[in-house]
Design a protein around this ligand. Sequence first.
Ligand SMILES: [Zn+2]
Length: 383
Amino acid sequence: MFDGRRVLPGRPSVLVTDGRIVAIGNLEPEGVPVHDGRGRTLLPGLIDSHVHTFEGSRADALRFGVTTELEMFGDPAKLADARRRRKSLQQTRESDLWSAGNGVTVPGGHPLGTDWEFPRVQPDTDLDAYVRDRIAEGSDFIKLVYEPGNPPDRPLPSLTAEQVRATIAATHRRRRLAVAHVEKLRLWVDTVRFGADGIVHAPYDAVAGDADVVVLKRSGALVVPTLSVVDWGAGAKSLLADPRVTDWLSGTQTYLLDQEPPDRPDRPDFLGIASANVRRFHAAGVPILAGTDAPVRANVSGASLFTELEHLVRAGLSPSEALTAATAAPAEAFRLLDRGRVAVGRRADLVLVDGDPTHDITAVRAIRTIWKNGHAVDRTPTD
Ligand SMILES: [Zn+2]
């Protein structure tokens, strides 16, 4: 049993009643169904710390053991329902959701190609009122975008440094977390200096220097590296070749994983650079959280978290540390205090896998049973 931080000694059992874990230890309770875990490993339900949801994506997540998703920009219309569901202990077919709702960005800025209208930041926007309105709309935390594109060839309009600071300050006045989309190392470090609580991509244009790592470490900010976004389809290909995965994919997941990444033969080794940054951040003790950025670039809710964990292990996390990055660490960072651990009192979101993913991280692909709120999850794809 991996409790989110460590493997518990012995072979403890876990007793679940009414959707919650009520005891852990050498138990021999009577009158309850027993699941044999020999040769298997019990984990907390997995948490993906960077997704964008759409119709069906949360069911896709749950069928792969991802019981909670953190959305880093999305339609706020669904957030009241999400809030109600995540408090419930009823049986469900979907992951629970926390969300930034509408992100903080400018007209014409990143993210491009979104088809919903939302309030964007103008040069004269009062950011204190703007952040207040997002929280009133249901945002659990605030996600801002600091992304000037690639000037001079491909510039993008972006928040200014002053607007980034003002957004973070307004968020902190309301005791919420402010996280940021930043990809370029210099702006990335600036955003950490401005007080962001987390950056939801690793920089992939350059490797951080010692001084940068010190700034990050001292700030206490977390990092969601999303290495899956810069692996150029390698993770997707490996999932599509694995029957432990393909048997359970929905048509939408298969379609998305099959997308060819943009053809850029001269592109730098983005995955190598981003992974080198993860290696440095992790060695310094910076909290690393596992996130996929699904459905961006051949990533899907659910299965792509497996390849993200594999990327994190290649970047220097131990398999157990990678599992922590998808369980206890995001639960602590985002204050999801009823989940993320196998511990008495927590919600019974659990995953049983064959083998031992604390030694071989790919064993998380070999899911035997998923429980959400104490109920076994039907893994049959619905579409
Ligand atoms: Zn994203």
